[in-house]
Design a protein around this ligand. Structure first.
Ligand SMILES: [Zn+2]
Length: 421
């Protein structure tokens, strides 16, 4: 009952926000051509005014538009929100404090919320943004720089300023608590945004106030790869988004400072389910343990395929005890696509389920939407999810595209659709 009420409340909030955007928020186009609409958080008026503004902090939502908008609106977690189509929403008045950085430090100064403006960009820390986002963000940054006299070197990413308290994995205060906004450290991205290169080093690491807990992230922020295009490739290969405990992918790497939180659920290969706050033994967590974020906003952080031979070697590694579930979908290298439940029922397929070949790809927690047909377009099958980055399309030629990569009219008949449960 309580759960239902909370859901209804959430729904009302997003509806409210959407209505505001729709009716009250006709873009106030200014001289520069940037359309900003008001979509103020219910918390806006309660937030105190900032005394100083020294930094702009860039964030990536790590999730699709609607869920992210609902979250930042509900908690007042940003000043601006930039959609993939390049629309900009005001969530908190830029003169007030938004809670967007959490535990943060830069150059010895902590609690950056009090001295910074936050911009959430719909996207992922390791994925390039859209052309429309480049245009909108560039314009927004120009305006804010002018208003607050902020230098380019003070336009930072959330991953640069977030830090973590000592924990079982890192006994000292450390950088690497968040990867958020990482992409905005890349010189190519900054150039396209009209910004000069970012800081050359982490001032708090240099002054030994903090240690580096994530070397890979640190390298990207201060010695980025020359070619941005190589980014998606290399991070995908490093299994960066894998939610499975494996060598080099421990609970901290997956859940960061939420690793021992009660909202983080660990499902051991033997089926044992423990919450983060119930675990005492962190160093011997079995390989193949699945990590789930029960907090609905965080669940969206993982969207994509797992692969046999890359993210694990058995179906249990990839899907834990959901391996034979109807919401676990297998894409075999041969082109065969079946759900775990279907395979368990069939004697011949059961063998394949036991030992799927290397390269088999798996979606966990997905619904099988069936084929696009005449009079049965993607939007009818997947509803509003049809455009979500988490929705996948398998075209008749075998190519797989996500919802944000596809145009409704260009989806061929007999394309299969899979959407997140
Ligand atoms: Zn962030």
């Amino acid at each position: 009952m309580i759960f239902k009420m909370r859901k209804a409340y959430r729904f009302e909030l997003i509806t409210f926000c959407m209505i505001i955007i729709f009716f009250a928020g006709f873009p106030a186009v200014n001289v520069h051509g940037l359309g900003i609409s008001n979509c103020y958080s219910p918390l806006n008026k309660k937030r105190p005014f900032r005394l100083k503004t020294r930094y702009i902090i860039l964030h990536t939502t790590e999730g699709a538009l609607e869920g992210s908008l609902r979250k930042v609106c509900r908690y007042g977690e940003t000043h601006y929100f930039v959609t993939p189509a390049g629309k900009v929403y005001r969530i908190i008045d830029r003169r007030r404090i938004a809670t967007h950085t959490g535990r943060s430090m830069w150059n010895g100064q902590t609690t950056l919320d009090n001295i910074s403006i936050g911009i959430e960009v719909v996207g992922f820390h390791d994925k390039d943004i859209t052309d429309d986002q480049y245009a909108a963000l560039r314009e927004l940054l120009q305006q804010l720089k002018k208003i607050y006299h902020i230098k380019d070197k003070n336009i930072l990413t959330h991953s640069m300023v977030a830090y973590g308290r000592p924990n079982i994995f890192h006994p000292q205060k450390h950088r690497g608590r968040k990867k958020c906004g990482m992409i905005f450290a890349h010189p190519d991205v900054r150039r396209r945004l009209g910004l000069s290169a970012g800081p050359k080093r982490d001032p708090d690491v240099a002054a030994r106030r903090l240690v580096v807990a994530d070397q890979e992230l640190h390298r990207f922020l201060y010695k980025p790869p020359k070619v941005l295009a190589a980014l998606n490739e290399s991070t995908a290969q490093a299994g960066n988004r894998s939610m499975i405990i494996a060598q080099g992918n421990n609970a901290w790497r997956i859940a960061r400072d939420k690793y021992d939180d009660s909202s983080t659920l660990y499902i051991y290969p033997n089926g044992t389910r423990l919450r983060g706050n119930e675990i005492r033994e962190w160093n011997n967590m079995p390989v193949g343990t699945r990590v789930l974020f029960l907090d609905e906003e965080r669940e969206q952080e993982f969207e994509g395929f797992l692969e046999i031979g890359k993210d694990g070697n058995s179906v249990q590694d990839l899907a834990g005890n959901l391996y034979a579930d109807a919401t676990t979908i297998y894409f075999f290298p041969s082109g065969l696509i079946r759900t775990g439940a279907e395979m368990k029922k069939s004697a011949s397929l059961r063998k394949l389920l036991k030992a799927p070949p290397k390269g088999t790809r798996v979606l966990v927690g997905y619904l099988y939407g069936g084929y696009v047909q005449k009079g049965r377009p993607a939007s009818r099958i997947a509803g509003k999810k049809w455009k979500y980055p988490s929705t996948f399309y398998r075209l008749p030629n075998g190519r797989i595209l996500s919802g944000d990569e596809i145009e409704d009219k260009s989806i061929p008949l007999n394309t299969l659709i899979f959407m997140m449960k």
